[in-house]
Ligand binder design. Sequence first.
Ligand code: NAD
Length: 286
Amino acid sequence: MAEILDGKRVAQALHERVEAQLRRVAGRGRLKLSVVLVGDHPASASYVRGKQRTAEKLGLDGEVHHLPESVTEPELLGLIDRLNADPQVDGILVQLPLPPHIDERTVIERIAPEKDVDGFHPLNVGRNLAGVPAVWPCTPAGIMAMLDFYGISVAGQHAVVVGRSNIVGKPMAQMLLQADATVTVCHRKTQSLTEYTRRADILVVAAGVPGLIRGDDIKPGAVVVDVGIHRVNGTITGDVAFDEAARVARAITPVPGGVGPLTVAMLMVNTVRLGLRRRGWGGDVL
Ligand code: NAD
């Protein structure tokens, strides 16, 4: 039976590092994360609440700007401009998806790169690609922190990433490559997906398809990271058929309790990193 990679435990370790930095600068002021939520999408509202709660628990100011679904793009951009200009705001996150009348790309590109806690701004994407220090998107960065926490070595391993989204798959592949893995990226048009997944020492699945990866698709002894989140018949499951996979893998993340808590923890890490950098207070979280 595979070792269970416990995201909550890793998140706790990341939280402690965030708290240590916040204690160190406590006399100089509080760092602030501003989250923008548009409309009343229930999952988005619950993610935003979780982010604000975690921020406040750790000693960050967590502020939510909740705008109606009918907000216009210029109004939303106006709010982002004000947050960009506010010296008290260290991190800005616009919860996605946005309503169809608002162009996500325009909004992402409006966020000041030095406050872009999601790492989605093209300047930060480019910096990451070039290996210049910037913040990485929270989900892949959380996964890298987890591999490190459990002492799973990446260098020289064959890592296969299923999915190539801008928020998970592409930055995940890039981070693994920079950690010296040999990386294969699979996607919707990949032929014979199983041929690739069966050759993975580290398999990261972010396809958004419940139960896509079965036990037979996994190399015995592999490390399996399941990014998917789905509500199926009232229970939360991932992209990997967990019971089958756990019999074959060396280590595996559960859903829930695997990658999810890491994403929120890494958002806190990114906020504090960017805040310390922008304010010139020195130090770092990781
Ligand atoms: P997305 O829909 O933007 O991208 C999915 C990717 O998977 C695409 O590149 C697509 O080509 C590929 N894909 C789809 N079907 C495939 C198939 N049958 N075979 C191979 N590749 C296939 O999704 P996303 O935003 O990257 O999210 C992926 C999953 O991860 C979703 O379930 C999402 O809810 C979850 N997610 C979880 C967290 C977390 O914190 N745990 C964070 C972000 C996303």
